[in-house]
Ligand binder design. Sequence first.
Ligand SMILES: Nc1ncnc2c1ncn2[C@@H]1O[C@H](COP(=O)(O)OP(=O)(O)OP(=O)(O)O)[C@@H](O)[C@H]1O
Length: 778
Amino acid sequence: MAPVEKKRQRDVRAQSPKKRQRVGSGSAGARHVGNQIVSLDDLAWKEVALPDRLEDAEGFFGLEEIEDVEVVRDEQSGKVEYKVPSSESTKKHGAKRSNGKNITASKAKKPANRDDDDGDQWVGFEDDGITAASSIDGAKHALSVSTNVKSANKDKKNKKPTSKELRKEPGLGPSPISGSTNIFDALNEEVADEVDVSAWLQISLSSETLSSLSKLKFSHPTPIQAAAIPEILNGHDVVGKASTGSGKTLAFGIPILEHYLATRKEKEPAAKATETERQQPPIAMILSPTRELAHQLSAHLTDLCSNAASPGPLIATLTGGLSIQKQQRLLAHADIIIGTPGRLWEIISGSKGLTSWLKQLKFLVVDEADRLLSDGHFQEVEEILNTLDREDKNENADSEEENEFAGEKVERQTLVFSATLQKELQHKLAGKGKPSGGALMNKQESMEYLLKKLNFREDRPKFIDVNSVSQMASGLKEGIVECAALEKDLHLYALMLHYPKTRTLIFANSISSVRRLTPFLQNLNIPAHALHSQMPQKARLRSIERFSSPSHPGSILVATDVAARGLDIPSVQLVVHYHLPRAADMYIHRSGRTARAEKSGSSILLCAPEEVVPVRRLVAKVHARNMNTDAPGSKKFFMRTIELDRRIIARLKPRVTLAKKISDASLAKEKKGHEDDWLRTAAGDLGVDYDSEEFAAQEVSKKGRGQGRKKAEKEARGLSKGALQTLRAELKGLLAQRVNVGVSEKYLTAGGVDVDELLREGSQGEFLGNVDGLGFDD
Ligand SMILES: Nc1ncnc2c1ncn2[C@@H]1O[C@H](COP(=O)(O)OP(=O)(O)OP(=O)(O)O)[C@@H](O)[C@H]1O
């Protein structure tokens, strides 16, 4: 390998401690100095004199060069070593490191060649690969060194760092290496993958967590993270409320990771133990209202943890629709359990040894707490909570009711998060009144009840509300498209054409609507995927995967409210409410699938004339505080009415009519197939013959509700294969045709490309009437 000559430049970025650690461990090669391999920092760097005219150095402070160094990289491990001629190495370093074991450098035990570096704070390079930065204090120390150097650089005219100071930095800046192996560039790439995380120093976190955050490129905590993490680390119960997409997952995920790092890092790999050998109880249990959210939480925490620790915590995700046996095996060794209440309860109630371990949980997290309580999950949540606290019940209680709330204070911390919680609950919680029990509790009473059931370890959990003014993300723009109830499909299609190549989530209120709308849009060449709770779990995950795929930025997901909560799919730019959300909180959560993590996005309600009043009421509820307050941070709320040009709508109608006919026919045939199967099975069970024609004739003779729909279904079912093919061919022809918008020469095609062009060329007046674009420009 050719000897290389390299110039290095001080890298002024703050590096994460982990990075330093990694470089440090690479320098373990220094133990072999006698064999002419030295660490990067121990090479005989020479300072390069800069010409005077580079007085402010343009960032080139402390350029150093090195000669006669051979850079060797192990292809398999990627480890980099630096070889210098024997005489050079012994001249500079030989006397220093004859025995690797003795070279455990720390601030106190500096290598001999740094004896002249009095006052040096840098402790990142240690020869045994363990840096002082691996402790919490060390991390802060190391980061603050980098940060200080960075700010010193900003002020470089006043204070030029000495070469000694520069040597504190790893020196992996741009590298004009001559030679065939540009190994320094590879290292630089790694550094470029990380960001300055000094803004996180306000929270006391371990170096491993900081390193992970750096790799995730999370340069600063979000407000809910900054407020909640310290409270959780201090052992408090927390009820956290923050707008959608504001980072609530890591607000509880980071403290769980910190606990793991502090207590478990060195444990035996879990996979080695058998079920009966479980050594330690799980640290945390996280309850999620939906399967998709549970899997997403798991992925999010895995990202955080796997970057921070090896081995990282074992995360078991327990949701319905996937093999229960596999989940039971995972659960046996899990450090973190994430699950939907139904499957969790199924496993917990069927397992004998598990309960005693679960009682020792350190954290119970109730994500999307208000949803967990409603929508039929509550009974299972209650069962799980009762199980966790069973031993704590007062055996002498006179009545079952008294017993219900007689739980002793537990050790575990309880963390409750959502974008929609009512602060009033906190006050209620402190009150003496007994909740009115039974299934008919309203939502607020139910929440109060849940909070009591959660058996907080403190009398009053810390209530953190970082968005007391608005639950909606600040980058969200909202609008309404008014249209006749029977024209919603048409307007939906027109909207999709207005937003080509836009990742869009369409919400409908029923599974049957999702089943209908998805093929309808597909017939119109719109890349739609379905998501609802009756789909097999694997198909659900596949839909989300396809919808999220970066290679298909214009994917559409048609979903029920199963997708409304918590789902974090990158770059969803538009949410369309095909049906009005049933409640204000659902509007917030649905709309919260866009404009996440400080990005922007739009939410549009398709609204029939008779729905205008309920919409206004709903919107008023959501934005009530915004509209009534001058509080800082409140913005003037403005919901635009978006008018789609009638001429365009009229010209799209034939396509839509055909697409509907085709999808209705396919659905009716499918439905008939299912019905026949069901009736045949039922008839078989009863021991009678089933004749579908005879059954249909009897149905038709009955009068009453639903006969119109049934008739339409029958007609759709009656379309022959050939007729269906003719319709498809007709639609194909229409999709390929221009849609003349009258005055304009422009045209639409199903691909939507021409709409783009239309808008770009200033013809939007033609296309959109008097609306500015879609009304979201300011
Ligand atoms: N400190 C941070 N800096 C930048 N991005 C972050 C940070 N913390 C989290 N994120 C990102 O923000 C996005 C939203 O986070 P998360 O899903 O936790 O939001 P949420 O508040 O739980 O939303 P919802 O209420 O909809 O469930 C995620 O993509 C996450 O990776």
